[in-house]
Design a protein around this ligand. Sequence first.
Ligand SMILES: Cc1cc2nc3c(=O)[nH]c(=O)nc-3n(C[C@H](O)[C@H](O)[C@H](O)COP(=O)(O)O)c2cc1C
Length: 374
Amino acid sequence: MSFNTFGHLFRVTTFGESHGPAIGCVVDGCPPRIALSEADIQPYLDRRRPGQSRFTTQRQEPDAVRILSGVFTDAATGQQVTTGTPIALVIDNVDPRGKDYAEIADKYRPGHADYTYDIKYGLRDYRGGGRQSARETAMRVAAGAIARKIVPGMSVRGALIQMGPHRIDRARWDWAEVERNPFFCPDADKAAFFADYLDGVRKGGSSIGAIIEIVAEGVPAGLGAPIYGKLDADLAGALMSINAVKGVEIGAGFAAAELSGEANADEMRMGNDGRPRFLANNAGGILGGISTGQPVVARFGVKPTSSIPTSRRTVDRYGRETEISTTGRHDPRVGIRAVPVGEAMVACVLADHYLRQRGQVGEPPDWPFSPPAR
Ligand SMILES: Cc1cc2nc3c(=O)[nH]c(=O)nc-3n(C[C@H](O)[C@H](O)[C@H](O)COP(=O)(O)O)c2cc1C
């Protein structure tokens, strides 16, 4: 398999399978002299870790990350910092259970990637889905923790805003609430509702999809590389690369098609800080593929888990019609653990574009420009 790398100057390569001895990544292009230890990365992995509530997979993986290279303790400060060389990170797989997957060794799960891996490669690692497993996304989260340190003053936060047909009440949005419930949901009332709702879905042997919103604040204006490296295009690609993601929106997204020109265009005024002030953010912080300095807002839709106990019609790899019902340890609602993964992908793309902007343009121009002398 090729294409296990993304990013240009901040470049991430991941490796490993669900049931191999370990998963890992190499982060190349990280600038030197940035303080970095495992303690900077682990909290983000802990948010994504499986087995933390009855609403996610019961696989027990501590996801303890080790930094193998790319750091050095600076004698002057006594602090461990990046050296500018490749940073290799590794996480041991400690709770694989290959026997859970006997059922899918020959049969294709409808909605999963079993058939497509087989038809492409002629074989597949069915233990936990091998490389198609979202176990790989732990390494994206680890890389994202490093990316967050690159853009000064930037914060990237995510929240689950819809589960099945049930949307949060945006008037009740509270970022603190996201860390208090097992759904990363910013609406406390809806989080309470989701607990019962999901218990019902699970008892019915089914699963359900979700929508996640990512908000990046403190993103400098000017990031993005038109025409073929637009910031929104790269964000869409990065989010779409997450397992089970079937749709991405930036800003008003598909709803912009229903708006009039005057309602959609984010009007501008001058702010007290001498920078433009936008009166709305339908653009999601990106115009012409370049960041405006407003929050960058992206949403992505995650499909329901395809590994469900309810029996479904399928075929096996020998061309025989059959049925399959998937038991074993699966994420009944993959949208929940996709929240930290989405944050990480956005952080990686923004770090990459920050370094690209620094490389090509350097210091931003003095704005506002002086009017021409008449
Ligand atoms: C965090 C996360 C956890 C996931 N866990 C499972 C799982 O336990 N069982 C499953 O069938 N799919 C799970 N998925 C989804 C599959 O990995 C994905 O549907 C599959 O690789 C096919 O790819 P596609 O849906 O992008 O086409 C998970 C996805 C994410 C983002």
